[in-house]
Design a binder for this molecule. Structure first.
Ligand code: HC0
Ligand code: SF4
Length: 579
């Protein structure tokens, strides 16, 4: 126990606590730029580099960085003395002396921690002349790097190297030229980047942003010759409200539908419908593999791995190519939706696929990359034309002068808009496998599940495991979110130590609710928990909560696909992986 005072207020904390933690524990805000701590997820970036968080400690000659100075007995700290404010303003001017003045046209303007802090510190002129570095812009299928805007906070590096273990980003060069970059200033699309977007999610400036496709969507919506349909991912409804000042965790499904209709989409559909379809295919594949395995077939590989997260797919293609026959071959719901929309639904409308534009609203930046993959095109026409992030949709709604919070709740269109609670929970870590268990249990045992909530599969721990009793057959399930956690489970499989029958993997901490395209959480992991709770609430409120009970899915198989894993289903709904 340590006793100290912060701004004359007595504070008692455990030894080993930093000044920053002690201050925030009693509600005193010390500004930071580089520091980032995501509680519950075990993620901390603490390079002590930006020096914005300096405070005065009585009796010490130098100011101390609050993020990396531990408290000590009797310390007297002043967080906002004139000396401290003067130092913070000087530090900010030095950072800005090396930063482009692009605010008017910067993708991050209005959401930029650096801009906010310069404003809060009242910076009106810069007394230092730095050298503006002149790095070229690096555009990939999903992410744009404007390296001149890098302030060396190293948050992206922590996400890429420590959390995701991808290792693409690190500091290069010295002095004014120092930036975070792939090795040899290589372009991202030549690296093993997965496009998970976790670097984008935490970048405090406009150095890392998503490729903006709103212009293309506006063009499609204003073209009278095109039928433009939209699908919206499960996690979007639990976060979009934040962009309009609503509490984190507000469920805005009905307003989201209404907004998309006001924007002029011809049909407003739900990716959750395709999530139910994914369960039909992936669940059948799981039971097939399991059946063969139990019958002693040595050729059959277990565990089966989920395959709906495009950054995860790119991760194993690069990092574990010899294991590419283990994941399910089921396409992601985004891609299943596109394939069904441009065949089954285009036929119903009597239009050609070239005259239909499919837009998806995703919490994810990797989905932009996924819809550009060659396997998901027919005659060069993609199944999904454009993927917008939750943030891009919010910008489009604001641009169109739609008063989002005042919108009524509206329902999705049919036939691709109906979903069950199982489809909804896809958006959180553990949700895909819970959805699969609900269906696989009933198909395998031919009995009705007594209880649909599998609490043992839920939570925020990075790796979770549970055994579910399939009426006498114990099914071992693993769950990982964050690619570093996924790597641990994969290394166990490689070493022959894994006992799981099925594993769910999502690249982003929290699953899609924490996707790289969601409203910025500015380091507050509590927001992810609220989004997660919102999805479980929507699931609970649904009349139908098991994918195999979705009437429009049943009809789709009866009228068009035949059986799960049929030849037609295989052609439209499954895929292959490449080294
Ligand atoms: Fe997800 Fe998905 S759950 S990856 O997180 O499976 O992005 O929300 O749309 O495709 O459904 C993202 C979210 C999706 C897909 C679904 C899956
Ligand atoms: Fe690393 Fe993910 Fe960013 Fe790629 S998108 S650089 S893998 S954090």
């Amino acid at each position: 126990i340590v006793n100290l005072t912060i701004d004359n207020k007595p504070v008692v904390v455990k030894s080993g606590t930093t000044i920053l933690e002690a201050a925030s524990g009693v509600g005193m805000h010390i500004p930071t730029l580089c520091h980032m701590k995501l509680e519950d997820l075990n993620i901390e970036n603490k390079p002590g580099g930006c020096r914005i968080c300096v405070v005065e400690v009585e009796g010490r000659r130098n100011l101390a960085p609050a993020c990396c100075t531990d408290v000590s007995e009797g310390m007297k700290i002043n967080t906002h003395s004139m000396r401290v404010i003067n130092a913070r303003r000087t530090v900010m001017e030095l950072i800005l002396s090396d930063h482009p003045f692009d605010c008017l046209i910067c993708a991050k303007s209005g959401n930029c921690d650096l801009q906010d802090m310069a404003h809060n510190l009242g910076i009106r002129e810069i007394h230092y002349k730095g050298e503006q570095s002149t790095y070229r812009e690096d555009t990939s299928p999903a992410i744009i790097r404007e390296v001149d805007k890098c302030i060396m906070c190293r948050r992206c590096e922590t996400m890429c190297n420590e959390v995701q273990t991808v290792g693409v980003l690190s500091a290069i060069n010295r002095g004014f030229e120092s930036v975070v970059s792939p090795a040899f200033e290589m372009n991202l699309d030549h690296s093993v980047c997965t496009y998970c977007g976790q670097c984008v999610a935490v970048c405090p400036t406009g150095a890392l942003t998503e490729v903006d496709e709103t212009g293309k969507v506006i063009r499609a919506l204003s073209d009278p010759t095109k039928t433009v349909i939209v699908q919206t991912a499960p996690a979007v409804r639990a976060a979009l409200g934040e962009e309009f000042g609503m509490e984190a965790g507000s469920l805005v499904t009905g307003k989201l539908v209404a907004a998309l209709r006001r924007l002029g989409f011809d049909h407003v559909f739900d990716t959750d419908f395709a999530a139910d379809l994914t369960i039909m295919e992936e669940g059948t594949e799981l039971l097939n593999r399991l059946g063969k395995h139990l019958a002693g077939d040595k050729e059959v590989k277990l565990p089966i791995l989920t395959s709906c997260c495009p950054a995860w797919v790119k991760f194993f293609e690069h990092q574990f190519p010899e294991m590419k026959d283990i994941p399910s071959t089921a396409r992601s719901p985004q891609q299943m939706f596109g394939a069904i929309a441009k065949t089954y639904f285009a036929d119903q409308l009597g239009i050609k696929r070239e005259d239909m534009v499919v837009v998806s609203i995703m919490p994810c930046v990797a989905k932009k990359y996924e819809c550009g993959r060659d396997e998901f095109k027919t005659n060069d026409n993609p199944d999904v034309d454009h993927a917008l992030t939750t943030r891009e949709l919010a910008a489009l709604i604001k641009l169109s002068n739609i008063d989002f919070t005042a919108l009524p709740n509206e329902d999705f269109d049919n036939p691709l808009g109906e979903s069950t609670g199982a489809g909804v929970i896809f958006g959180t870590t553990g949700g895909v496998i819970e959805a699969a268990v609900r269906t696989a249990y009933e198909v395998h045992t031919k009995k009705e599940l007594p209880k649909l909530d599998f609490e043992e599969l839920r939570g925020m721990e990075g790796i979770r495991e549970a055994t579910i009793d399939f009426d006498g057959l114990p099914i071992k399930i693993g769950i990982a979110h964050g690619l570093g956690n996924a790597r641990k489970l994969l290394e166990d499989i490689q070493a022959g130590k894994s006992e799981f029958h099925a594993i769910e993997i999502m690249s982003c901490p929290g699953g899609c609710i924490g996707g790289g395209g969601q409203p910025y959480h500015h380091g507050d992991a509590g927001i992810l928990k609220k989004r997660q709770a919102a999805l479980y609430t929507e699931d609970k409120n649904k009349t139908l909560r098991k994918s195999h009970e979705n009437p429009h899915i049943i009809e789709l198989y009866e009228k068009f696909l035949g059986e799960p894993m049929s030849e037609k289903a295989h052609h439209l709904l499954h895929t292959e992986y490449f080294d």
